[in-house]
Write a new protein. Sequence first.
Lengths: 481, 158
Amino acid sequence: MMFEPKRLHPISAVLNFAKGLKDAILPIVAIFFFNGNSEGGFLGWLPLILTGVFLLIILIGGVVKWLRFVYWIDEGELRIEHGLLFRKKRYIPLERIQSLDFSEGILHRPFQLVKVSIETAATSGLEAEAVLTAIKRLDAKELEKTIYQQKSDPSSAESDAEIIEETSRSLVYQMTTKDLILMAVTSGGAGVVISGVAVFLSQITEFLPVGAIYNEVVNWLQFGVVIAGVIAAFVLIIAYGLAVILTILRFGNFSVFHEGDDLVITRGLLEKKQVTIPLNRIQGIRIDENIVRQPLGFATVSIISAGGSVKEGADQQFKILPFIKRDQIEPVLTSILPQYELEVSPESPPKRAKRRYVFRCIWLPLLISIGVSVFFWPLGLLSFIMIPAFIGLGMLNYRDAGWNIREKQLMLSNRLITKQTYFIKKHRIQSCQFSRSIPEQRGRLSSIEVMVKTGAGKTRARCLYLDQDDSETIMSWFQTK
Amino acid sequence: MNAPTKQISKRALSLWRVHGCISTGISVIVAVAVLVLTNLFSWPVWPSLVIGAVILLEIIFSIWLIPSIRWERLRYEVREQEIDYQYGLFIVKRTLIPMVRVQHVDTEQGPLLRKYRLATISISTAATVHKIPALDETEAEELRRSISSLARVAEDDV
């Protein structure tokens, strides 16, 4: 059982060593290649010896760290003691533990081990409250069970079969292989676009007006452009391929479970990860539709959670449905978050706001084009051909902006490149702001933004250039109890 | 929806003008240095002209216009349910902070603020911090007390 002080699995000594090596790699390399004088003898061997000593210290450090690290459960607390010279003790009351996150690296898997990160409400910044580098998977399950029992019924901490039965997990969502591959292929969205542009550019140089005087120059230019284009395309294709493989490795076997009051996400082919999100820490839902996936009808659903450290899910918005058909979101989410209504018809900003959306997208490119044209006259004028694309983006931004109020729920959507739709409950909104610039004031427009807590920071949801009356509707909705 | 009505002390306006004077003073020192150097080494005239223009703009904007606009725009109101706060220069922003979201309130006072008997109050929620600058000392103190008595954070909402 857990009530005896326990060591981590010996493999954690190796993991400590690897981590120490990673942290000290620069000095080691520096020492190794430091060759003050090329004479033989003792001085010639010095770098090698130093490197050896260094490695030995790190190795011993790793082993000692493992030897001195013990953990156990006692009096409703998870107790951890570690350190050689300074003995450090950390006692975490079990009911304070918000979630246990599991991950399995390549070294963990042959020995049925997991790495456990323990998160409490106090966890903020980069580090988890406590990390058990490598323990047996069974022990981890045991730990999870004990903590759960402690939280649900502190009086009877001893194992109770019925409770365990109740908390068995049910599968909510599992990503299909087809979706996984589609997701990986569209994940390098930017890469696809850039390589497309590169091909387009190398084509366009063929059609450049070739004046007799410029012939030589243009020839040379074309050659340069073609070479650069080919190299760039090559690099992009490799980078894209890598991105695809990495995405498949990271999101393979992606499934979401519902377990008691928690959501549990497991994913990863090589390195298995398990993240637990307590349902009552969920602040809102965000749906992302990027420019490549939106036409295909796919979206990403993230959960905005107030708990946990930043390093796990990027900026603490856990992707719970990383790649899903837009119309399948609702059935999946209603089973776990029934209080959210996702199928709402948004209200749009008024027609007169369209100009402002377009202006917002083109002022910077316009300035850049003018600058480029002045410095590279007349070829720089070509930069103006990208302006229509930005006008199009502005129109798209206008089309995708919207808001909706459904009882206690606010929906705001906006797009810069990726369309983001937020669903937030009123009691999760920390503050609500509306703002009007001078041109907005003239057009009776105003922008709305609300703040929500995320991990150690905050998330902003907003919608720009709404009708004055609509903004006031939202503000007074927010004011009423 | 009517804008909040309370305005901050008139002394804040003088304080901001003093801030403007300080930054203009720094520019003037730079300008004098450049003038001296121009005379000594017969530099071209345009740097002096540019700095002269900057000083003129600073006098117009940071001493005269910006403090008055900012002061005129800045309004607040503390109600039982929420704090209503409006601020801004060219973009007017209006923020509502529900009382149940307020985690704590602080007042702070630098040396200049103390000289003018002013204080800045910052209202923190779980995610955001809102600062109302340059309130009258006693008013800030009163506000801090009333907000912290009204604020009742609903713990499970975060």
